[in-house]
Design a binder for this molecule. Structure first.
Ligand code: C2G
Length: 731
């Protein structure tokens, strides 16, 4: 990625019309990227610069991906399709593309990326007599970004003399290169001996012939940030170990080949030093890795030019010296200190970072408290859900444990002996660090590493309708690292509760979960069997202030991935016409509004105080299920739980197409399989409520099937089963 440059700025105007300076061969290697290739090809075919040769090299992709590619192959005589039977890596695919190319200019594009409509036009216009020109590259984080790509036909250009700055990213992407620069295009310009860093061999050829490079400042290339580094990583998302092996191999190979060329060896040395500080030092966080890698890195370090090394900080110079001298013992000692200082420096950057530092450095290493259990529900927002049931069961049965509950509000009062701890306080880190057990219904943050002896019960919070994590294709939510983070966080779970067989299967694929699945049903649903009596229901109604003579409609929708202020803070636009509902239904009903815990917007109920009750902050939604006669939801998992009560459910899915077809996708066919009508307007909702007896009758059979499939593990004893498995039987 290119950032600030100090050199002179020259402004130029675009000359119209587009001048044809010769054929440009765009080389696109394709390997298992069927989710992205259409966008990529579309962006190429739409180019305003028409004299193109588009070479797609299928690098031995899986059968499915190959069939897909061949089906969507554009009928355009500029397209050349080459298929390799065997997967041989991106370098080989690009070499094949180069050898087949006939254009006077070359341009490399990856099959998961896109270029702006005028990318080639801009580059050809500003290249003048230069050998090559560079465009500006930006990150493509979410699919929606595609629509917002700015298109300006005018650009500033910069002339950059420090070539290392340009080629520091070790990438050939977004360079328009004059073919003549290469002596022999038939030789393998890309090094095929490794998976990563294969571009460097071509870059050094360029470096030998350049003393400056022009950069077009207008963004021309959008590099996708791949959302699934776990099951489908991009090359640079491979592990640090693979990258280190490859880097050293490439460095050695090129250093040897170009040992007489000082310009190239200096470039390689700078890359080495950069890689050492950014990757190798981190690799050695696991000190055993030093034994594995020391000798290879030492051989490479011997090649470094002393003058280049002289600019490095003292501690790096010392480490490199120890590498060169083969002194592994001293090197290990130094690298440990280096990493210690580094994490302390990080820790001193802010109070939050200091707490994390203390957590890792001290709390996690203190003696384990065998009987301590830390509970959290919905990220510290509520005293609710399965963690609450587990806690209350343990207290009621007088089990010999000490309890800690995490809340955002440090003054939170809850029943029983639990100690209340504020989320992200020192005490929070302390108790997470020393307690043997964690019980949570959502994810505990990434930075909270888990100690080996810790037992983590993940209760989760719903039967999935909408697709989850690794079953999702694109990520539209506020956090683009969702899949990677989820993977790391869920590796820490020791037990996961499944509410039904259907969920148990999905959790395995969506979370890649392979540890202990507790097929017990949800503790949180025990209350629906235990307290489903008029007296209990009236008690809750009275406590909340709901009139006893009115029936209750509960509206509990979910959140929308693409509609947010920030991560965890989502918008909600109420589409129910509350005023009209009050007019038509107010004699018999009141409505309870219950927003998802991610929703930051406040629902306005002004003037409707006797009809609409906003209970979004109420702790336990199961109590709201108990007091309600009808549930209105959309794609929230609430209906799977509510169905335990066998009461009517309406699906107010005003944005069904977008939610299902674009944002998430569903595991079941909502129009066919759910136990109630799917309606699109507020008027339809009112109509269904006015005719609720018909709805019940109409859906009776479907409801029975639904109950059998999703609710039948529940009988009021799930908590008992979970506690026995996790706390009693395993000890
Ligand atoms: N919830 C709630 N109020 C709402 C919506 C949800 O209290 N208006 C609670 C319910 O306990 C529900 C849980 O939050 O079961 C999860 O809510 P979902 O709407 O299903 O959404 P999400 O948090 O994305 O959970 O596998 C679980 C879900 O598919 C994902």
């Amino acid at each position: 990625m290119i950032d600030a440059y100090e050199e002179d700025v020259i402004e130029q105007d675009i000359l119209e019309p587009i001048e044809d300076i010769g054929k440009v061969s765009i080389i696109i290697p394709y390997y298992n990227t069927k989710d992205y290739i259409e966008e990529c090809l579309h962006s190429v075919l739409e180019q305003t610069y028409g004299n193109l040769e588009i070479i797609i090299v299928n690098d031995g992709s899986a059968d499915d991906d190959t069939v897909f590619l061949e089906q969507i192959m554009p009928e355009d005589n500029r397209v050349v399709y080459i298929k390799s039977e065997k997967h041989r890596g991106v370098a080989s695919a690009r070499n094949i593309g180069l050898k087949a190319s006939t254009g006077s200019f070359l341009y490399f594009l990856d099959s998961d990326d896109v270029i702006t409509k005028n990318a080639i036009e801009l580059l050809t216009k500003y290249i003048k007599d230069d050998q090559l020109i560079l465009g500006t590259t930006r990150r493509l984080i979410k699919p929606l970004d595609l629509m917002n790509i700015p298109l300006r036909n005018k650009s500033k250009v910069l002339v950059i003399k420090k070539l290392f700055k340009v080629f520091k990213n070790r990438s050939v992407l977004n360079l328009l290169i004059r073919r003549d620069i290469f002596n022999d295009i038939q030789s393998n310009l890309f090094y095929e001996g490794t998976t990563c860093f294969t571009d460097i061999s071509l870059l050094v050829q360029l470096i030998t012939q350049l003393d400056k490079i022009t950069l077009v400042k207008q963004p021309t290339y959008y590099k996708r940030r791949r959302n699934d580094p776990i099951t489908n990583p991009g090359v640079m998302q491979l592990s640090n170990e693979v990258k280190t092996n490859d880097f050293i191999k490439v460095y050695e190979h090129l250093h040897e080949s170009y040992k007489a060329n000082e310009k190239v060896t200096r470039y390689l040395d700078l890359l080495f030093l950069n890689f050492y500080r950014k990757n190798i030092v981190l690799l050695f966080k696991d000190i055993e890795k030093v034994d594995q890698f020391f000798s290879d890195i030492a051989v490479a370090a011997k090649r470094l030019n002393r003058k280049t090394v002289a600019n490095q900080p003292m501690h790096i110079r010392v480490e490199l010296k120890q590498l060169r001298n083969g002194n592994i013992k001293k090197f290990k000692k130094n690298i440990k200190t280096h990493l210690e200082i580094r994490s302390l420096k990080q820790g001193l950057k802010s109070l939050k970072k200091f707490k994390i530092y203390c957590y890792r450095k001290f709390f996690m290493k203190m003696p384990l408290k065998e009987k301590h259990i830390v509970f959290e529900s919905f990220l510290g927002k509520n005293y609710s859900d399965s963690p609450r049931d587990v806690y209350e069961y343990m207290v009621k049965n007088d089990l010999d444990y000490k309890y800690v509950w995490i809340f955002n509000d440090k003054n939170r009062k809850i029943p029983g002996p639990a100690k209340v701890v504020k989320r992200f306080s020192f005490k929070y880190y302390y108790y997470l660090g020393v307690s043997k057990y964690w019980v949570s219904n959502s994810r505990i943050p990434m930075h909270i590493d888990k100690r080996e002896e810790n037992v983590y019960l993940q209760t989760w919070h719903g039967t999935p309708l909408k697709r989850l994590v690794f079953d999702m294709k694109e990520i539209y939510s506020a956090n683009p690292n969702y899949k990677k983070n989820f993977y790391i966080q869920s590796r820490r779970w020791d037990y996961l509760i499944a509410p039904n067989k259907y969920s148990s299967n999905i959790f395995k694929s969506a979370f890649l979960f392979e540890k202990n699945m507790l097929e017990t049903g949800y503790p949180r649903n025990d209350i629906l069997y235990r307290d489903n009596h008029p007296k209990k229901i009236n008690d809750i109604k009275e406590r909340i202030g709901i009139p006893l003579d009115k029936k209750v409609i509960l509206y509990a929708p979910t959140w929308r991935d693409d509609d947010y202020y920030a991560a965890g803070k989502y918008k909600f636009n109420l589409k129910l016409d509350l005023q009209k509902m009050k007019e038509k239904l107010g004699d018999d009903y009141v409505i309870v509004l219950r927003m998802h815990y991610f929703i930051a917007d406040e629902i306005n109920t002004e003037g409707l105080e006797d009809f609409a009750f906003n209970l979004s902050k109420y702790d336990e939604i199961a109590e709201l299920y108990l007091i309600s006669d009808i549930l209105i939801t959309d794609y929230s998992s609430v209906f799977f739980d509510y169905a335990n009560l066998k009461r009517p459910i309406l699906f107010f899915a005003y944005d069904l197409e977008k939610y299902r077809d674009k944002l998430r996708g569903f595991y079941i066919n909502i129009e066919e399989d759910v136990p109630g009508p799917v309606v699109k307007t507020s008027d339809d909702v009112i109509n269904k409520i006015l005719n609720i007896d018909d709805v019940k009758q109409q859906y009776e059979a479907k409801y029975d099937d639904f109950y059998e499939k999703f609710c039948s593990w529940h009988d009021g004893n799930s908590t008992d089963k979970v506690v026995k498995k996790v706390f009693l039987e395993s000890n």
